[in-house]
Design a protein around this ligand. Sequence first.
Ligand code: SF4
Length: 277
Amino acid sequence: MCKDCPRFCQVDRKISSGYCGAKNKIVVSKIIENFMWEEPCITGDKGTLAIFFAGCNLKCKYCQNYKISNSLQGEEYSPEEFAKYLNRFDYSKYNTLEFISPTHFTSLLIETFKKFKCSIPVVWNSGGYENVEKIKEISAFVDIFLPDFKYSDNKLAEKFSLVNNYCEISLQAIKEMSLLKKNIIEKGVMRQGVLIRHLILPGYIKNSYNVLDLIKNNIPNPIISIMGQFTPINDSISRTLSPLENKAVLEHAQKIGLNNGYFQDLASAKKDYIPKF
Ligand code: SF4
């Protein structure tokens, strides 16, 4: 049984695959050096070495990176091969090494880290739907957790991400991340910690209010990033966020005292903000 994520698919990935479609090889869709399209505390002035893994354990219907989240095409590596590949980079050129959508490869990446030591902070950028036991294991190698907290409403999670327990499972995972990695920020750059992201879904601002309330009530001194950049890619949600919706969510964050972090300008809500794959 695969335990890399809380779907716990009844599969042996050496011979078969589950919801995410991944087997026993790491699949990398794209690598972007000096990637700057993340929060400034992650990119610093040199950017991140961004590794986009193919596939996803959530596959949200509105996914902004749908071209890679819905496909398992890319370069395939065993953990040994991937460690060798990562060892080739000059890490003085980047602020962080960022793994984007890595959850469905957690066990293979733990094996990779046993053969690869990174000299800069490693960022685990995930959809938030994580198995707490695996988070504990990977935390030995990861410095910064960058989870989404997408849904407070499991009906929405079911509708868009085919999972009926996202809220409680992700909250538990983020709580664990916060216990494991206290925030350390030097000159505006995160060296260790947790940055919680929330993408506001157009038409569903109550979901956002409740996500923010849950963060406020469960995570001590959280650093958050509220994103208003939603770009429709199909009919699942077919419009961008209105300025009024964005304002309402940001005001709610302020009202409940969540003011440490990033609050996105709606000017970035366009397709060319999404990396091209
Ligand atoms: S990582 Fe993939 S195979 Fe494993 S439990 Fe999650 S969805 Fe299923």
